[in-house]
Design a protein. Structure first.
Lengths: 332, 285
């Protein structure tokens, strides 16, 4: 399952996204690199504002409408970053699809869901009207919406949040994309529904041999669903590797902190652990490691300079001068 | 539906039913409905030919034969007020609809693309709204010459800005919803996103403003008629009628009062209608 076992379909290299506010540059994403293979599920975790959503939006050509995007986003050999909108549109929705966090606003309230599914097919396939309708019913069936044929003419407000997210998935996957970018698809849903939606995404990813980039702040979700994980902090990837290894033996102190923050098997009324301090704001990033001010393992070097993301084992990368030592006593 | 407690068909009619329970909306609907009827079939309601001159019945006060009295040429005032519906309702539509169409399209484009077009648009808006509306319209009419068509052109040239401003703001607000971003990442064309997704969701405030604007257009049209810059006598138009009665206000008050009441009533109708539509058209979340 490691990311080197399969040929990647999406390769991101040194992605930088900068927004501007009052003439000041805000480095939202810095030097982000990762790759996704067909059938692989990659988790992108981090706190709010760590740049995970912006990374997805940069891949999809959304971020460049509001800021500068540089670096490479190679999709099956072609770089999406400099690609003109006209060409990008043939890939968006057709080959790469994206779903959003907020199912309440991600559907157009004025169009029936049938029309909204068919619209994707109209844009990306040559199917006839009747075939589009059939495909729409098939998709609704696939995502588990009961009596699909009758519900085609229903409006989004007639669906619950979980059902809307299913509809959103049906729309996104209608044209059979090879990669799904999921921006916190379960954050707005309650816990039981979350599990159902995640299962659905995983099942469809497997059936359709689709790569998935799953943005989340929930390590539990990552543990259940992902093959590989990239941990982001203040716009940079600080740790990367196969999920099992990273979660079992985290090397970056931030990853350790994130994992300790997950409440687990604690007796009642035990105070929950939280990482001291708050993430730095993008306009006042420290010159050294961005995590240094909150880091318990901070050494002199961390304040002086910024650690690069470097390989520690065949599959693992960590950006830290003083990484956590693994169980066998090896420094990373 | 598979689910017996769930009846989606009842959702929209119930909204209408709710709206129809509001007396203001119903009154507005009735006033405008009747106004349209008068405008389309004035001959069916007017008791006399509006231009028939009768020198034997000049400036008669209201009576059973002439409920609104007669004017200085003995023409029946009621018939003239009714025939004026044709002109004034036409004003409400033609003085606004082109401004609406142009404004909606420009506002939607500017709100979607922003950038340099938005900056230019911002300056145009500033320039136009700094001037009093009437002064600008009179200036345009002064250049083009008086008459209804020129008046429509003048009002459109100035009025689209107000629609565009409203539309731009609403499109920008709608852009904050994920369905707009979803449309982009789904690879839909800009045209499709703007006109099929953003515009229908953003147009409600514009429609509501349009109702008010139609009332204002009637008022403006009659003002221009009164000033001699709009409809030209002997055409029956409320502003022209009021102007004709102006010199006799102390002796033949009905000449100016009756068309005045027609203006107030129609304006009220449009405002009430707009209010009700605001509730009715609000999209559901």
């Amino acid at each position: 399952m490691g990311m080197n076992n399969k040929t990647p379909i999406l390769e991101i290299e040194a992605l930088n996204t900068t927004f501007y506010r009052n003439g000041q540059a805000l480095p939202a994403v810095r030097e982000v690199s990762f790759s996704v293979a067909r059938g692989e599920v990659l988790g992108l975790v981090g706190e709010s504002g760590s740049g995970k959503s912006v990374t997805l939006r940069s891949i999809m050509g959304l971020a460049r409408r509001y800021g500068d995007v540089s670096g490479q986003v190679r999709w099956q050999g072609r770089d999406l970053v400099p690609m003109p909108d006209r060409e990008l549109r043939l890939i968006q929705g057709r080959e790469i699809a994206m779903i959003f966090q907020e199912p309440m606003t991600s559907l157009n309230p004025l169009l029936t869901i049938g029309l909204q599914i068919e619209e994707n097919l109209l844009a990306h396939t040559n199917l006839s009207r009747a075939a589009r309708r059939d495909r729409a019913i098939e998709m609704l069936d696939l995502v588990g919406i009961p009596s699909a044929a009758q519900r085609l003419k229903d409006y989004p407000h007639q669906f619950s949040g979980g059902m809307r997210q299913r509809v959103m998935i049906a729309i996104a996957l209608a044209a059979n994309p090879k990669l799904l970018l999921a921006d916190e698809p379960t954050t707005a849903l309650d816990v039981t529904i979350q599990a159902q939606i995640l299962d659905l995404i995983l099942r469809l990813a497997e059936e359709m041999e689709m790569g998935v980039v799953l943005v989340t702040h929930d390590l539990g979700v990552v543990a259940q669903t992902c093959d590989n994980v990239s941990v982001m902090y203040a716009g940079r990837i600080v740790e990367q590797g196969p999920v099992r290894n990273v979660l079992r033996e985290p090397r970056h102190p931030y990853t350790v902190g994130l994992m300790r923050s997950v409440p687990e098997n604690l007796p009642p009324r035990t105070p929950l652990y939280s990482i001291q301090g708050v993430p730095p704001s993008l306009d006042t990033l420290p010159s050294g490691c961005a995590f240094a001010p909150r880091c318990s393992a901070c050494v002199e070097a961390c304040v002086q300079g910024r650690p690069d993301l470097s390989r520690v084992t065949d599959t693992r990368h960590v950006a830290c001068f003083n990484p956590v030592i693994d169980a066998k006593g090896n420094a990373a | 539906m598979s689910d017996a407690t769930y009846n989606p068909v009842a959702q929209n009619p119930s909204k209408w039913r709710q709206a129809l329970r509001k007396p203001g909306f119903v009154a507005g609907l009735m006033i405008i409905g009747f106004s349209i009827l008068l405008a389309v079939f004035p001959g069916a309601f007017a008791p006399y030919d509006p231009n028939a001159i009768d020198y034997l019945a000049v400036r008669q006060p209201p009576s059973w034969a002439h409920p609104f009295g007669t004017d200085l040429l003995g023409r029946d005032s009621l018939s003239r007020v009714i025939w004026a519906y044709q002109v004034n309702m036409q004003m409400a539509v033609f003085a606004t609809v082109f401004a609406l169409l142009i404004g909606v399209v420009i506002g939607a484009l500017v709100g979607y693309y922003r950038g340099i077009a938005d900056l230019i648009f911002g300056r145009v808006v500033d320039a136009v709204i700094t001037f009093p509306f009437l002064v600008l319209v009179i200036a345009v009419v002064a250049v083009l010459g008086p008459g209804l068509i020129n008046m429509y052109i003048a009002i459109t040239v100035v009025g689209w800005v107000y629609y565009a401003r409203l539309m731009r703001a609403e499109v920008i607000a709608q852009m904050g919803n994920d369905y707009a971003a979803a449309g982009i990442v789904m690879g839909y064309s800009d045209r499709r996103i703007i006109f099929r997704h953003l515009l229908p969701n953003a147009i409600t405030p514009v429609i509501v403003y349009w109702m008010t604007d139609m009332a204002l257009a009637i008022l403006l049209g009659s003002s221009l008629g009164y000033l001699g810059l709009g409809a030209q006598p002997p055409q029956a138009e409320w502003g022209v009628l009021i102007a004709e009665g102006r010199n006799f206000i102390s002796t033949a008050w009905w000449l100016s009062l009756m068309p005045g009441i027609a203006i107030v009533l129609t304006g009220l109708g449009f405002s009430l209608l707009g209010d009700g539509l605001a509730d009715l058209l609000r999209p559901r979340g």
